[in-house]
Design a protein around this ligand. Sequence first.
Ligand SMILES: Cc1cc2nc3c(=O)[nH]c(=O)nc-3n(C[C@H](O)[C@H](O)[C@H](O)COP(=O)(O)OP(=O)(O)OC[C@H]3O[C@@H](n4cnc5c(N)ncnc54)[C@H](O)[C@@H]3O)c2cc1C
Length: 470
Amino acid sequence: MLNLSTIDALQQIVGKKNIITDIDILNLYSCDGLRLQSSQPGCVVIPNSTEAVSAIVKCCVKYNTPFVARGSGTGLSGGATSNGGVIIQLSRLNQILEIDISNRLAIIQPGVINAHLSLETMADGLHFAPDPSSQTASTIGGNLAENSGGPHTLKYGVTTNHILGFTMVMPNGNIEKFGSKHRYGTDLDLVGFITGSEGTLGIVTEIIVNLVANPQTTRTFLLTFDSVSHATDCVSAIIKGGVIPSALEMIDNLCIQAVEGKLKVGFPIHAAAILLVELDGDASSTQWETKQLKTITAQFTRHSIEEAKDEVHRQQLWRGRKLAIGAMGFLAPAFYTNDGVVPRHQLTNILEDIYRIGKDHKLKVANLCHAGDGNIHPIILYDPKISGHKDRAFSCSTDILKCCLEYGGSLTGEHGIGTEKVNLMDTMFTSTQLNLMMELREVFDLHSLCNPNKILPTHAGCGEVRNYVH
Ligand SMILES: Cc1cc2nc3c(=O)[nH]c(=O)nc-3n(C[C@H](O)[C@H](O)[C@H](O)COP(=O)(O)OP(=O)(O)OC[C@H]3O[C@@H](n4cnc5c(N)ncnc54)[C@H](O)[C@@H]3O)c2cc1C
């Protein structure tokens, strides 16, 4: 519970209408997309300017109260939650401030929904390349904080590759600018350092983003396989064959069943796995890549390649992929999405392990992968009403992540560490590396109030991030 003086002071900054203290409404903020963990915030404040965010943070420092930024709360690692602290909800900071066509950039507020920016720039032949499947809901501030990826990350890179600079309210409340409209800097790359730091180094209130030219030609293919290993082996062969698709996604049978059950987009219901492959560029390069793709694919499947016949068909296929996680509700009352990474050539092995680990835990696991990047998304199905199911889902995911590390992979590709994987950080990093990360964090956040207890493991309670001991 926050004390009344803190609530009063915050109310003076944002006004009575823009502060939430009602317990029932606060419950809505007790988790993000990670439903396995929850914690109740002390209050939610909804500012409408950088200056208001700055005043809120200064107030939190004065009253020694932890605070956390929140975009749309679609994060999948528990990042935008707070145990008793202040959630700073950025949905009112949702303006596109400038679109600079000649310099191919835009200046936006962090609460702009990802897909809205590309809708605004579409007529000018430009788009914002990072395309998380949550792009119709998640904010670009959240994308920046998580360094989000998406199906088109394979060719266009993750969010950090499209952030030129930003204004940030520092953890002491001061307002600082990092980066600029021009694309070259001689300073330390603080923009790169802060991007992906999951809101632990400050609150971003204005962002300069890069815009990418829409491709001249886009061709989208559906590849059908009789076994998962044929699909995953084909992924490596495609890249080895010199084709870099803009997207190369794998969906397994359980996932196909959910998508078809819920959305009916025309995925082959009996396939063991499908690949969704998109090629883009000029007409002659996509023609050459298409030929290569067909030759390579024929070595792994007896099924013929299906090409999206028009834009409507293409959008339908992508709808199946992008809404696949949500479609899991068709198969189970609850599900938990894992985000491990392996080197691409280990995809076949990790998928075999995932099915085995699922069986060991007596849980069904559906699989979606940003296969071209080796970024797996096993979706663990469970029933919260069955005793022990939640815990089994969590330990099933933990076992999968440990396997990823054994293959030389990573705990996260794009969903971040948050609270979800904080206890696994010492399986990936040495104590020296973790201490170094903590020291860097303390340079920004002396009082340990800015989204504490996220990313880095601690041995003490609320707000304490010092002295990690292995
Ligand atoms: C169905 C579904 C599909 C998804 N698909 C993808 C995918 O393909 N790729 C992918 O990468 N992710 C995906 N995600 C995860 C999630 O959508 C992304 O992490 C997204 O970037 C979170 O944005 P948000 O606005 O919801 O942020 P939130 O969940 O509100 O916050 C996420 C983190 O960012 C911090 N934060 C938010 N705004 C700011 C700010 N202005 N300044 C500083 N810190 C801030 C928060 O403190 C928190 O730590 C998916 C999620 C769902 C539910």
